[in-house]
Design a protein around this ligand. Structure first.
Ligand code: 4AD
Ligand code: MG
Length: 475
């Protein structure tokens, strides 16, 4: 394989002859080609002497065209680069019709780039985001592997909808116009592919718990699907989630793990994605110049990441948080859209962001009211709260949701009855509480929320290659 621009710019083998394949970013003065191959942010400058090449060939060197080049790497006299490629051989592998190519060498809006998502990974911004995304994904696997966790592949098609994490997408091969019906007139899913109604999963947790009961420490990292109609900058209908699950671990262990894990992956990005993060930081600073002072973030991107990686998260109980919110200025002045009146209120994104600003640090909220959390969370002695935890991040709000699980068979069963969950359907889940049950805990990290935080981007649609949101499944 030919060398990548990243390798060439790292090694800078001045004096050697190189071959490479790359795309044209710009072609100036019929002489200087800025080349990109996606391996890194920087472009490689190639210099062509037009006496050596036919005019019709050079006319095909347009923005976006794919080239194969051979040349000598030399020290550059010009500003902006140390080395450049003195081209001796040039072939245009794929032409790019200059007037139709949507990515002109100028600044495009993020909204426009979403419409050409099939090409946007060729821009500096999306190249940087996708390289950071990859590094975070790699760091996540590395972290868990080093800590002795096993990666468990939980199913994507599921027959249970008991998690209650959100609306589900139905998976069916029945004839939509003329489905088989039961005597009562409902759709007869017994006739369907799996002989029962199935959906796309909203979480791998319940199966991860089964894994933890055999393997001790497991994690999932897979796509999850939620058919909620939330058109926000933080919600996707298809997103990736990381869900560790640990046997013999309580909520404190769970908080320690989540905090250590988040700091590790952020430090990894700081170490391995410096160039891309510096570029994204600059992009953000430029963007923020157009915003009013009050909407700008308090810290530049790298400083913010460093801060989170080096400082303790604040651990605050739900009850304590409600008191702070109730007495807060925006609540008293009725500035919150949802006013906090009493204990038991569900927290909205505006409240989560307020708490993070109040503590000037990531916050781990724990011991939520049982009524607003899932059935599987362990009930506290007070019988009002459960051992839940949410981690709130600056500018993002909730990034992690998790809990200690209810390991007591009778308590879990009672809870399922209260939540109207079919005992029969979840008999396999209940079985773990019958045979060698133990304390266990886990959490879910929304991968795109993490990428959003680390890249400093403002919209979740811009940190996944091809976003799925209400009304949009293009590409
Ligand atoms: O809080 P959630 O719903 O928790 C669960 O699904 C648990 N089963 C996790 C567990 O304990 N194993 O989702 C976990 C995280 C959220 O904190 C958020 O970061 C992310 O998943 N998330 C979304 N990200 C993008 N788009 C959406 N629609 C999301 N919904 C949740
Ligand atoms: Mg949650």
């Amino acid at each position: 394989m030919a060398q990548s621009i990243k390798e060439i710019l790292e090694k800078k083998p001045v004096g050697s002859t190189l071959s490479l394949n790359a795309w044209v970013r710009t072609f100036r003065s019929n002489r200087f080609i800025a080349l990109s191959d996606g391996s890194c942010l920087k472009t490689l400058q190639a210099v062509v002497d037009f006496e050596n090449f036919e005019e019709p060939l050079l006319r095909k060197v347009t923005t976006g065209a794919a080239l194969q080049l051979t040349g000598d790497l030399v020290s550059s006299q010009g500003r902006g680069q140390d080395v450049e490629l003195q081209v001796t051989e040039l072939a245009v592998l794929g032409e790019s019709s200059a007037e139709h190519y949507p990515l002109q060498p100028k600044k495009h809006s993020l909204e426009f780039l979403r419409e050409v998502a099939h090409l946007r990974m060729r821009t500096n911004t999306f190249g940087a985001i996708m390289r950071v995304r990859h590094n975070l994904s790699f760091a996540i696997h590395q972290y868990f592997h080093q800590k002795g966790f096993f990666n468990l592949h939980t199913p994507i098609i599921t027959g249970s909808d008991a998690e209650g994490a959100g609306e589900m997408f139905n998976v069916s091969i029945l004839d939509k116009k003329n489905p088989p019906l039961t005597p009562e007139g409902a759709i007869d899913y017994k006739e369907d592919f799996f002989g029962k109604e199935t959906n796309l999963t909203v979480s791998g947790q319940l199966e991860a718990e089964l894994g933890a009961m055999g393997l001790g420490k497991v994690y999932t990292f897979g796509p999850t699907f939620r058919a909620e109609n939330s058109n926000t900058a933080r919600h996707l209908a298809e997103f990736w989630m990381i869900e560790p699950e640990v046997a013999f671990a309580n909520l404190e262990d769970n908080m320690d793990l989540a905090e250590d894990f988040l700091k590790y992956v952020i430090r990894f990005a700081l170490e391995h994605c410096r160039e891309d993060l510096e570029f994204l930081e600059k992009r953000l600073l430029d963007e923020e110049k157009t915003k009013p002072q009050t909407e700008r973030s308090a810290m530049p991107l790298l400083e913010k990441l460093q801060f989170v990686a080096e400082n303790n998260f604040r651990r605050v109980s739900y009850t304590e948080a409600i008191e702070i919110l109730r007495n807060s200025k925006p609540n008293k002045k009725k500035k919150f859209q949802y006013l906090i009146e009493e204990w038991g209120a569900d927290l909205q994104s505006e409240h989560e962001k307020f708490l993070v600003k109040h503590f000037k640090a990531p916050v781990i909220l724990f011991d939520y009211p049982a009524k607003i959390k899932a059935f599987y969370m362990r009930l506290n002695e007070d019988e009002k709260t459960v051992r839940a935890m949410d981690i709130l991040f600056p500018g993002i709000g909730e990034i992690v949701g998790g809990s200690q699980r209810e390991e007591r068979h009778d308590v879990l069963l009672a809870k399922m009855k209260e939540f109207n969950i079919d005992e029969e359907e979840l008999s396999w889940y209940l079985d773990t509480r019958k045979f060698g049950t133990c304390e266990h805990s886990g959490f879910g990290l929304g991968f795109e929320r993490l990428v959003l935080f680390v890249t400093g981007m403002g919209n979740i649609r811009d940190v996944i290659p091809f976003p799925r949101t209400p009304g949009n499944a293009a590409f």
